[in-house]
Design a protein around this ligand. Structure first.
Ligand code: G3P
Length: 217
């Protein structure tokens, strides 16, 4: 299972990369705005800065909602760096744009996916990755992990190559549940990755080992 970090914060990306388990980055307009990135030139420069921190896929989202606009933006984003993946919303023109980019060999991440039918469309259009938002599904009293299980089953049935990127992760438990369900990638806040380290018995066990090691001196 690949670990991506879901942020546009350069310090958090550096911190996650320093752990040695980071495979890529996803961003979205909300995350970029949170970092105070404003204006086209600054946005593009920020994507390049992220690409320079992590040797893996970096999802950069288009802002247009029409086919021509998505193609124009996506082509400009793809030219920024070899690791850019063009992130495209799950709407009709988005699916058309994904097919266009698939035919041109440009990698895509189909975002804002909340149902198995949407994931099926994304795979048929040849999306490199599909992003089901499991936390937001849980927030609306449905089962986000169950959607991952459904998509895994459907992609297995037909041998689709689209990678399932579990997004909107809220906890370490979500990461583990997505791993059990067979998601290819989890994109997570740094806090959820760090939650995987934690177990009270590890802390108690280490304290005891260190205490006993004094007897070895
Ligand atoms: O980047 C897409 C997704 O991970 C957003 O997560 O926490 O805003 O639901 P969240």
């Amino acid at each position: 299972m690949k670990f991506f970090i879901d942020t546009a914060n350069l310090d958090q990306i550096k911190e996650a990369a320093s752990l040695g388990v980071l495979d890529g980055v996803t961003t979205n307009p909300s995350l970029m705005a949170k970092e105070g990135i404003k204006g086209e030139a600054a946005v593009l420069a920020h994507y390049v800065a992220i690409c320079n921190l992590v040797d893996g896929p970096v999802s950069a989202e288009v802002l247009s909602t029409d086919f021509e606009g998505m193609v124009r933006e996506g082509e400009a984003l793809a030219k920024l760096h070899k690791n850019i993946v063009v992130k495209i919303p799950m709407i009709k023109d988005g699916i058309k744009a994904i097919k266009y980019f698939t035919d041109k060999g440009i990698k895509t991440n189909c975002t804002l996916v909340f149902s198995a039918g949407q994931a099926l469309l994304a795979a048929k259009a040849g999306a490199t990755m599909v992003s089901p938002f499991i936390g937001r599904i849980d927030d609306s009293n449905w089962d986000g992990v169950q959607l991952i299980e459904q998509i895994v089953q459907i992609y297995e049935n037909y041998g689709f190559g689209t990678e399932i990127l579990a997004a909107s992760i809220r906890s370490g438990l979500h990461i583990v549940q997505c791993a059990e369900a067979g998601a290819d990638i989890a994109t997570c806040p740094l806090s959820s990755i760090e939650a995987l380290f934690k177990h009270p018995l590890t802390d108690i066990g280490l304290a005891k080992f260190l205490e006993d090691s004094k007897k070895m001196a």
